[in-house]
Design a protein around this ligand. Structure first.
Ligand SMILES: Cc1ncc(C[n+]2csc(CCOP(=O)(O)OP(=O)(O)O)c2C)c(N)n1
Length: 578
């Protein structure tokens, strides 16, 4: 029994009959048993019993200002720790406000336990006030979901939910609790273990496939590793470094994989795909052995042009989820298992590939064609700001992003050295994610510098959570890359729609400095490099939360760029475009 649980038990008098608890008290005890440190949420009618139990203060709860903020904060917490993030919302609109966050977590394989209240069971199906079929609505975007119909099932359900959310390929699990179940009473005991028929994720690789991998590595002369978010999820960074070095294979990391392999490593090729490096994309075109490690070959990497993607390569696919094998690319060697365990198993007797000349070649591409932008003394370029954030922190920070140009500039100009230091919405591409995610990450890792790099568009989607960081003094540094427009959409309209800029001008945006100050958060603005450097230092040194409104040039675009539907060799390089 956990220590906090012992405190809860002190209320029970010795020698008396076992005490009955309400469903909501049982829920809380289950969360304490799961060693949940903080839950994010928002109250309402159907969760009144749960919030009444929370009133005892045994579990830390953070009151978001919108359920979307709550679930993204739980998601940021999960990404920063690897533990499940927990969110509570009421029935109806509270539950439906979670939908984007659930889909976001599902796409990026993030463990969440989402608890929703529902109307009492006798009202379900009657279109009762604030009734929504949240199980039905979220069925395709959850890893699993439960509706609890008997209070005695609650401990098992919660135990299973945490187990399912965090094991195998992680993902969001929903627990819907009708109000009568929260109010019903039962005795409490938490199961020590569970066994779920039909859910036994396979974690160890098949030895025969490992042998085939060894043979393929020994024969390869142009091998490449494509490392994805699975490396970060399984904590396999050391095994990946050892594997790459022993076999002498260059590594490209997807957006979700950034930090899973050190950004300064000589074998690193940067990010591949739409805004990837020349070296990574050309390596993917020419490779004869492509080893996908916890990556799902999505269209931001392949450009959806599978006919042109790694056509001369044998493809090895290492993934915990068997459904990923062969989903997007034909797989020569399938290796189903936990990435860390598969790499560890493959390390012994791993041969060195015949890659000397190839490693030299891709290294030259990296040196000759790095990311570049045209800097100028009298303006503030967004790429300069990101590079400055990296230089001034020495890379020792957790950075979250929102979605858009600034997200890509962070991926390009902030070389991440550690896993779980880059938090971004990769699969769903959810604007409004970055700031609340930073809040959750900071709570999870209080000693780290947490920077939320966000666009002026995305920040306006969830900036109400400024109230939370002000109130709880959560020292997130919010760097708004303010180009006064929906930059990424503007970029596409410039390049592919003949500069017909349709509805991307963000005129009417509030003054972010005054807005932040209204919430009680200290804020600065910078319009040139000198100001930027100075206010950033002040913001970093400030012990509490801080907002820095960087006014950057709006015309800047993200390059290189591969148009969707084009193949990886059709890269538009920045210098050509300007
Ligand atoms: C919720 C949501 N709505 C719309 C989009 C489409 N979208 C992608 S990037 C982008 C522009 C983002 O603008 P901003 O937040 O200012 O960032 P910037 O691209 O300028 O860095 C939009 C509208 C999205 N990704 N998410």
């Amino acid at each position: 029994m956990s220590q906090s649980m012992a405190t809860v038990e002190q209320g029970a008098e010795k020698g008396k009959e076992p005490v009955d608890f309400s469903g909501s008290e049982i829920l809380l005890r289950c969360l304490i048993e799961e060693e949940v440190e903080v839950v994010f949420g928002y109250p309402g009618g159907a969760v009144l019993p749960i919030y009444d139990s929370l009133y005892q203060g045994k579990l830390k709860h953070l009151l978001a200002r919108h359920e979307q903020g709550a679930i993204h904060a739980a998601d940021g917490y999960a990404r920063a720790t690897g533990k499940a993030g927990v969110v509570i919302a009421t029935s109806g609109p509270g539950a439906t406000n979670l939908v984007t966050g659930i889909a976001n977590a599902q796409m990026d394989s993030i463990p969440l336990v989402c608890i929703t209240g529902n109307v009492a069971q006798n009202l379900i199906g009657t279109d009762a006030f604030q009734e929504a079929d949240i199980i039905g609505i979220t069925m395709p975007i959850t890893k699993h979901s439960y509706q609890v119909t008997d209070v005695r099932d609650l401990p098992r359900v919660v135990k299973e939910a945490f187990h399912i959310a965090t094991t195998g390929r992680p993902g969001p699990v929903l627990i819907d609790i009708p109000k009568d179940v929260s109010n019903a009473r039962a005795s409490f005991s938490y199961p020590d273990s569970i066994s779920i028929r039909g859910y036994q994720p396979k974690t160890n690789p098949h030895p025969l496939q490992v042998q085939r991998l060894h043979q393929a590595v020994a024969e390869a002369s142009k091998p490449v590793i494509l490392a994805g978010g699975g490396v970060v999820t399984s904590g396999a960074e050391e095994e990946l470094i050892a594997f790459a070095e022993k076999a002498n294979i260059p590594v490209t990391t997807t957006l979700m994989g950034l930090g899973g392999f050190p950004g300064q490593h000589p074998l690193w090729l940067g990010m591949p795909g739409m805004h990837g490096t020349y070296a990574a994309n050309h390596a993917l075109l020419e490779t004869d052995l492509l080893i996908g490690v916890g990556a799902r070959f999505d269209d931001r990497v392949t450009m959806g042009r599978l006919d042109k993607f790694a056509t001369g390569a044998k493809i090895v696919h290492i993934d915990i989820d068997p459904a990923e094998i062969g989903k997007n690319v034909d797989t020569y060697i399938p290796l189903v298992g936990d990435v860390k365990k598969v790499l560890a198993a493959a390390l012994s007797e791993l041969p060195r590939s015949r890659s000397e000349a190839w490693v030299r070649q891709v290294g030259e591409w990296m040196r000759e064609k790095p990311y570049t932008f045209r800097d100028a003394e009298d303006t503030l370029k967004p790429q300069w700001v990101i590079r400055h954030l990296h230089e001034t922190t020495g890379g020792e920070a957790i950075v979250t992003t929102d979605v858009g140009q600034h997200q890509m500039w962070v991926a390009q100009y902030f070389p991440f050295a550690r896993p779980r230091s880059f938090i971004t919405s990769g699969g769903l591409g959810t604007m409004g994610f970055g700031f609340p995610a930073a809040l959750g990450a900071q709570l999870a890792r209080p000693d780290e510098t947490v920077i939320s790099v966000t666009g002026d568009g995305g920040f306006q989607m969830t900036n109400q959570e400024l109230a939370v960081i002000a109130l709880a003094n959560i020292p997130v540094k919010i760097a708004i890359i303010n180009n006064h427009c929906l930059g990424m959409v503007r970029q596409w309209q410039e390049v592919f729609y003949k500069k017909r800029y349709s509805e991307v001008d963000l005129s009417g945006t509030p003054d972010f400095v005054r807005l932040s100050e209204a919430f009680g958060v200290k804020a600065w603005r910078a319009k040139d490099k000198r100001e930027a450097a100075q206010v950033w230092q002040e913001a970093l040194a400030h012990p509490g939360p801080a907002v820095i409104d960087f006014w950057v040039t709006p015309e800047e675009n993200v390059y290189p760029m591969v148009p969707s539907g084009a193949s990886l060799d059709q890269m538009i390089m920045g210098d050509e475009a300007e």
